[in-house]
Write a protein that binds this ligand. Structure first.
Ligand code: NAP
Length: 247
């Protein structure tokens, strides 16, 4: 167990990639706080699974794009656990469409949750890490933020923004021994990708040298490494988990 006595917060931990991250951090001994916005039952299930593994778990319903909520969230974690060691900014949404048809609210909601949410959580949980003079922040970006994607201008902009935010935070927080890295997953099988048309899925498959889609656990494995002391000399990096899709 490489994360014994560590406290981790996973935003969007109720489903998909966030769920796999929460479970894998717990398997390594961390106490895990699962954040979400609407899936009460799924969040509770993840809490039960974590407790069955012998780790402590807490669920916290909060919209990461709301500053007041994030501030209260950080205070609740401090009250319950006294500290935070690991923050995984995973919560994210898509509102796909071509730019010519995209409504301003669809552009803004994706930027608000994906990018502003990452900024707000890094600010408030980073403040707690600064007091401890140590910490690990892992931001979930996307290959789409590196290469762009027709029909996903809002999502690509939010994920490219996360890369710039990661590098800036890495420079600002380095003196406090807080490492900040980003992961750029490719096509991972979750509810988010289930929504895509068969044609889009087939095009994705053709572009993956390894020839198959990734699983949430493929991303979670890297999160564990980036949350552990094995990655102490790595900061400000963007690491792809994409079967070779973008290189
Ligand atoms: P998902 O299955 O749709 O799960 C999204 C999670 O985010 C849920 O737990 C959801 O909570 C939470 N969430 C949504 N809005 C929120 C908000 N305002 N505040 C707090 N939590 C919120 O997505 P996923 O496929 O696991 O993706 C997870 C992350 O990986 C996202 O950032 C996504 O952009 C990124 N990613 C995914 C892929 C992929 O192929 N799947 C590829 C690259 C990057 P509720 O359950 O309460 O709704």
């Amino acid at each position: 167990m490489i994360l014994q006595d560590q406290v981790a917060v996973v935003t969007g931990g109720s489903r998909g990639i966030g769920r796999a991250i929460a479970l894998m951090l717990a398997k390594e001994g961390a106490s895990v706080v699962i954040n979400y916005t609407s899936s009460d039952d799924k969040a509770k299930e993840v809490q039960n699974e974590i407790e069955a593994l012998g780790s402590r778990a807490m669920i916290y319903k909060a919209d990461v794009s709301n500053e007041k909520s994030v501030e209260e969230f950080s205070k609740a974690v401090k009250k319950e656990f006294g500290k935070i060691d690991i923050l995984v900014n995973n919560a994210g949404i898509t509102r796909d469409g071509l730019v010519m048809r995209m409504k301003e609210e669809d552009f803004m909601s994706v930027i608000e949750i994906n990018l502003k949410g990452t900024f707000l959580c890094s600010k408030y949980f980073g403040k707690l890490m600064m007091k401890e003079r140590k910490g690990k922040i892992v931001n979930i970006s996307s290959v789409v933020g590196v290469m762009g994607n027709a029909g996903q201008a809002n999502y690509a902009a939010s994920k490219a923004g996360i890369i710039g935010l990661t590098k800036s935070l890495a420079k600002e927080f380095a003196s406090r021994k807080i490492n900040i890295n980003a992961i750029a997953p490719g096509f991972i099988e979750t509810e988010m990708t289930k929504k895509l048309s068969e044609e889009v899925k087939e095009n994705y498959s053709k572009a993956i040298p390894l020839g198959y889609y990734g699983k949430p656990e493929d991303v979670a494995n890297l999160v564990v490494f980036l949350s552990s002391s094995s990655s102490n000399y790595i900061t400000g990096q963007v690491i792809h988990v994409d079967g070779g899709m973008v290189m």
